[in-house]
Write a protein that binds this ligand. Structure first.
Ligand code: NIG
Ligand code: FE
Length: 382
């Protein structure tokens, strides 16, 4: 079945950068875009959706989320807003709740969040493990994630679990050995939280090298809470993405700018931990590819909203609305090494959002307002 979306006032194609076309139409057939051109020359299709002059964009690609968990940490958030610091230590609270939850509870919670994200325009989302931290629990988290999404990330190296306190290197051996064996069948990517208090550069390298040898793509939580080796390690290992990038020195910026490792910025985390935002302007001016993602998790960033992240990026990180929209769509696709997402052209996935607004500018101009009128996901109106 084909569907023509006609009368598009402003079409963001990202082909090339933002690639705005006015008075446009898009025809989809099955789960693919088959035609893009002027609305006046729309070819015949089985059905028609009149955008009525609104803006149409590729669906958001959220390349960083932690959705397999149980419980929440609202009290921890409350304490932070009263002055407590974020250290990542609360991860262990969620690990305990997740281990105690049934498959169905974890599945329902993840599906609830994926649905919440979709209603806000996210048509692709990545899901990490990392709240199981045993061989069986990490495999379970990834098996459940793989039921829901295509991009699943093994994050057995999120923190050293309590039962390995003082034996971090034994835990690293488990993560790159038996746990990786159990997780790999369900994972497309591997990730490590490379940070003081979590895993250092040598440990991260050992884990990521083992994961790459198993055919997993690489990504890395890097330089979130302080400076460190994460970003340069991500670039050296050819990771698809270095995520957070909040504390960078000139060498980190240069490394990102001269590689195809995407700098994925997660402003929801700085918002929710009341921390300084990453300097997106510096990365963009240096020539790095920037993605925006939610980091949706119950601790440091409990938002599933890409429009909220776009608004933060524009207001707090000196990105233009065009740069932020590109980063939330094409940037996310680059961070997942996908060429058929985040772009509107024949052959690309039929993931489109129709805004209740005439321009992409409104996503940052009208923060907090539900602006997604219609979503086409895999060609199907939602
Ligand atoms: O990306 N930084 C490490 N992991 C998550 C936080 C997880 C948590 O606090 O539960 C993050 O911010
Ligand atoms: Fe994260």
């Amino acid at each position: 079945m084909s569907l023509a979306v006609t009368n598009i006032g402003e079409l963001v194609t990202n082909d090339p950068h933002l690639g705005i076309v006015h008075d446009a139409a898009v025809v989809v057939d099955g789960d693919r875009i088959v035609w893009v051109g002027p609305s006046s020359r729309t070819p015949a299709a089985d059905s028609r959706l009149d955008a009525d002059g609104a803006a149409v964009l590729p669906g958001f690609v959220d390349s960083h989320a932690h959705l397999i968990f149980a419980g929440d940490r609202a009290a921890e958030f409350g304490a932070r807003m009263a002055g407590a610091a974020y250290t990542g230590g609360g991860i262990r609270t969620t690990v305990a709740a997740t281990r105690a939850a049934s498959d169905d509870e974890l599945r329902r919670n993840a599906r609830r969040l994926v649905g919440e994200a979709l209603r806000q325009g996210t048509t692709t989302i990545e899901i990490k493990s990392g709240y199981g931290l045993t061989v069986t629990e990490e495999a379970r988290s990834l098996r459940l994630a793989a039921e829901i999404v295509e991009d699943t990330t093994y994050l057995g190296a999120h923190v050293v679990p309590a039962e390995y306190a003082g034996r971090a290197d034994d835990y690293v051996d488990l993560v790159r050995g038996e746990m990786l064996d159990a997780a790999a069948p369900y994972a497309t990517w591997a990730d490590v939280f490379c940070e003081r208090g979590a895993f250092d550069g040598d440990q991260a390298r050992a884990i990521l090298t083992a994961a790459a040898a198993r055919g997993l793509g690489l990504r890395l939580h890097a330089n979130q809470l302080g400076p460190g080796p994460g970003v340069r390690l991500a670039v050296e290992l050819g990771a698809a993405s270095a995520d957070h990038c909040t504390h960078l020195d000139d060498a980190d910026v240069d490394a990102l700018a001269s590689s195809d490792t995407v700098a994925t910025l997660l402003p929801g985390a700085e918002f929710s931990t009341r921390s300084p935002y990453p300097d997106a302007r510096r990365l963009l001016d240096a020539g790095a590819t920037v993605a925006l993602a939610t980091d949706c998790n119950p601790g440091s960033s409990y938002t599933s909203s890409m429009p909220f992240c776009i608004a933060l990026a524009v207001r707090e990180m000196r990105m233009t609305p065009a740069e932020a929209v590109f980063a939330a769509t094409a940037g996310g696709a680059a961070a997942l090494r996908r060429t058929d997402l985040g772009i509107v052209r024949a052959g690309a996935r039929a993931d489109l959002i129709v805004l209740d607004a005439p321009s992409h500018l409104h996503l940052a101009y009208r923060p907090g307002v539900p602006l997604i009128r219609t979503i086409l996901h895999d060609g199907v109106p939602q």
